[in-house]
Design a protein around this ligand. Structure first.
Ligand code: GLU
Length: 508
């Protein structure tokens, strides 16, 4: 592989559903890769078996596919750097942990969880925070304090251990983050992170760096929460003797719509918008979390709104297709500060894509909603309905809210309209209108309207006094588009039948 080829990875841990912030990370990786003719990889970072959630990996892959963020290499797709699941790469990491121990960059630590917990509590009582590192490591149970023989014996005896990275003292690590510019850390404030465990599993830090190296990743584009891990990662490259390492770019946070802090799944519950791309059923808590897909958003709208959370195109344009994003995206235009998420703006984006879709396309998306409601109806009818109500909608399920009465006869009639509009003469008038409708041969809006109007004029009846109750009979309330269009779409038989049913029902 030529060193110049851009290779980026999205490296989620399958600990639950992918948050929309995660999808944005994937999107920015994808855009950057495609912009530079590079590769976009999916790597599943599942070294922490305790946090593994069944179904999470499938969810991640389905989400990326729904968004159109197809990966070039990854689980199920393959590639030259297989496998792409860290649990399947388990045996590969030990040699690097060994190498770090041999070169003095890491050490064995035998302290038991109970001992460490005790130290943590003691520190807490003094108002301090215990940290395993420069200040404390020389008084703890590890290969820096034990003799070689003692270490050997403990390992031979199969004692529990972890391998910790030996953070150098008072060293400045400076890195030029593509988004944040030069960032400097003093190692004295960093602890000795666990990089490898007794069970033969590396921790995130070691596995992440080793895999980025082996998979020849050129740019690490990830969330801000990983910025504090950057000095350790840079030192790991140094310690392992790998001169070529990726450039880093740490993306800004997505903030709550109101108040302070990072957007969380609870914000979605509180304010009634999805935080996840797809619906997620939490097996442990039994909770169900909304998904953009199931709530009727389009992937193109979702992608568009995510792109503008933290990236500034530098031009007035707000609507971008995925292809357009690929051509205009640059990491240099990603901002440092967090971006506030606005659920109303999300709907606004969806409205744009909704209105752009043809009635035929919307019908394909609406048919499953109808099926769920137990409605079987031809595409032709659905297309006609959509043409009438489309403008009032921004999400697919709203087509039902705006047009349910086309598909089911009214189950009840609005009491207020009855009180105001249903007069003593109404049933008689409507019965006569049924007679008029019977005579209309070609059941089309202009002809129905003409027959109705001629009859009304002949009779000298007040239009409003008849049209309002007529609408009540057909839709159950005072809603909907042009009345004669409703008649046309319902068909002659259904229109007349609804009027008769209403007369009989309301009379009671
Ligand atoms: N496994 C980490 C996560 O879950 C990946 C962080 C990184 O991209 O380095 O976000």
């Amino acid at each position: 592989m030529s060193k110049s080829k851009v290779r980026v990875r999205f490296a989620p841990s399958p600990t639950g559903p992918l948050h929309m912030g995660g999808v944005r990370t994937a999107l920015f990786n994808y855009l950057f890769a495609k912009k530079h003719g590079g590769d976009f990889l999916l790597r599943i970072e599942d070294t922490d078996q305790n946090r593994f959630v069944p179904g999470a990996e499938e969810y991640i892959i389905e989400s990326l596919n729904w968004c159109g963020l197809h990966f070039d290499e990854g689980p199920g797709v393959g590639g030259n750097y297989e496998p792409y699941r860290q649990s399947e790469r388990k045996t590969l990491y030990k040699q690097y942990a060994d190498q770090l121990i041999e070169s003095g960059w890491a050490y064995y630590a035998f302290d038991t969880p109970e001992e460490l917990e005790k130290l943590r509590l003691e520190a807490e009582q003094k108002g301090e925070v215990f940290s395993y590192g420069i200040q404390t490591r020389n008084a703890l149970c590890n290969s820096l304090t034990l003799t070689n023989e003692e270490v050997e014996n403990r390992l031979q005896a199969g004692e529990h251990f972890v391998v910790r990275f030996k953070m150098p003292e008072n060293t400045y690590v400076t890195e030029n983050d593509i988004i944040r510019g030069e960032v400097t850390f003093n190692t004295s404030v960093l602890d000795d992170k666990v990089i490898y465990k007794w069970d033969g599993m590396p921790t995130y830090h070691l596995a992440n760096v080793v895999d980025d190296h082996l998979m020849e990743i050129t740019h690490v584009i990830r969330g801000e929460e990983w910025l504090s891990s950057m000095p350790l990662h840079v030192l790991l490259y140094r310690a392992l003797g790998w001169e070529i390492r990726p450039r880093f770019a740490h993306l800004p946070l997505i903030l709550k719509p109101v108040g302070k802090g990072k957007l969380s799944k609870r914000d979605g519950d509180k304010m009634g918008f999805p935080v996840f791309p797809l619906l997620w059923n939490d097996q442990t808590s039994g909770e169900t979390f909304h998904g953009y897909r199931e709530d009727g958003y389009f992937p193109e709208a979702f992608i568009n709104l995510l792109a503008l959370l933290g990236w500034n195109p530098g031009i007035e344009q707000e609507f971008f297709s995925l292809e357009e994003l690929v051509s205009v995206f640059s990491l240099e235009r990603v901002v440092k500060s967090g971006s506030r998420f606005d659920p109303e703006k999300a709907k606004w984006f969806n409205r744009h894509y909704f209105q752009q879709k043809s009635e035929q396309e919307l019908a394909v998306l609406f048919q499953p909603v109808l099926k769920e409601k137990g409605v079987t109806v031809s595409d032709e009818m659905v297309i006609k309905v959509i043409a009438e109500i489309k403008e009032r909608c921004e999400l697919v399920p709203q087509l039902w809210e705006q047009g349910y009465y086309f598909f089911e006869t009214p189950k009840s009639y609005d009491a207020k309209t009855i009180e105001k509009r249903w007069l003593a003469e109404t049933p008689g008038q409507l019965t006569e209108i049924c007679g008029v409708f019977e005579t209309v041969e070609s059941w089309e809006q202009p002809l129905i309207k003409e027959a109705f109007s001629n009859f009304m004029n002949e009779k000298g009846w007040n239009f409003g006094a008849v049209m309002n109750p007529l609408r009540l009979c057909l839709v159950g309330g005072n809603v909907g588009p042009d009345l004669f269009k409703i008649c046309e779409i319902l068909g002659k038989k259904e229109t007349i039948s609804r009027i008769k049913v209403a007369i009989a029902t309301i009379a009671k």
